[in-house]
Design a protein around this ligand. Structure first.
Ligand SMILES: C[S@@+](CC[C@H](N)C(=O)[O-])C[C@H]1O[C@@H](n2cnc3c(N)ncnc32)[C@H](O)[C@@H]1O
Length: 259
């Protein structure tokens, strides 16, 4: 996409007439890849369809065709039939982005297929399959840093919607403060370059929350309290001793968000 944007800018600068001539042709191509008016798209499907459209005017025009259907968490043309609501799971504790850490008596969710009664395959960047105000405790270790800021705002908002009032969500993740200390200190030319590999690209990390930023977003979404905690420590028994990465004690931020 970055390359495409650069190419567009170059064409506009070098030959404005050419840009105008190319545009209608690009539109014809796009018409072909547009869905039929009866189609619907999930949040991720619509985002990825919009990403494939080079001009922002066309992205917005495409987006305006859809209406949001909350029960299914999908976007649909107004002429499309109403999508059935998503299937809901009744659960009290959820381990979000569990990887290989399957917690007993919790529902563990991640993106991969795995046959285990305590596990469900769920894309956490789509509407979560839990009713509003239904989950008591949530936990997520080393997942937030794999999401863009926009994706993590979506995730945190879904967790807020599905937590019970008084319910608590605990996140543990490499925080910006720890990352700067571990990977960017002292901030020499060399450390800055090494830091980019060590902190981001080796692990496919895309965004590190600072405490201030997480506080701002959690409060904006509606959490009544945001409590930063020590590694492994919690006032809530189900959330105590959950962190597994002892080599990240000085890297990770642990926080509990109460609805
Ligand atoms: C670094 S791993 C951490 C796994 C585990 N929590 C742990 O501490 O070992 C991040 C996990 O988040 C999961 N994940 C990332 N995006 C996700 C999504 N959209 N929905 C569900 N899981 C996701 C990944 O599949 C991966 O298993």
């Amino acid at each position: 996409m970055v390359m495409l944007r650069r190419l567009k800018r170059l064409i506009r600068q070098a030959a404005p007439d050419l840009a105008e001539r190319i545009r209608p042709a690009a539109r014809v191509v796009l018409e072909r890849i547009r869905p039929a008016a009866s189609e619907r798209a999930s949040q991720r499907e619509l985002l990825s369809a919009l990403e494939g459209i080079p001009y922002w005017e066309d992205k917005i025009a495409r987006y305006k065709n859809y209406e949001y259907q909350s029960a299914s968490g999908t976007w649909a043309f107004p002429s499309a039939p109403i999508a059935p609501p998503i299937e809901l799971f009744s659960v009290d504790r959820v381990n979000y982005g569990c990887g290989g850490t399957i917690l007993k008596d919790w529902l563990n969710v991640d993106l991969f297929p795995f046959d285990n009664p305590d596990y469900r395959m769920v894309n956490l960047l789509e509407k979560h399959p839990f009713a509003d105000n239904s989950v008591s405790f949530g936990y997520s270790e080393d997942m937030l840093e794999h999401l863009t800021q926009a994706q993590s705002i979506f995730l945190i908002a879904e967790i807020y919607r599905t937590l019970k009032p008084g319910g608590v969500m605990r996140f543990s993740f490499p925080g910006l403060e720890g990352v700067l200390n571990r990977h960017y200190t002292p901030p020499t030319d060399l450390r800055i370059r090494e830091g980019e590999f060590e902190a981001y690209s080796f692990w496919d990390h895309v965004h590190f929350y600072s405490k201030e930023e997480l506080f701002l977003i959690a409060k904006h979404i509606g959490f009544s309290s945001v409590d930063f905690c020590l590694f492994g420590e919690s006032e809530h028994e189900p959330l105590r001793g959950r962190e597994t990465r002892t080599h990240q004690v000085d890297l990770n931020t642990c926080v509990e968000l109460t609805k």
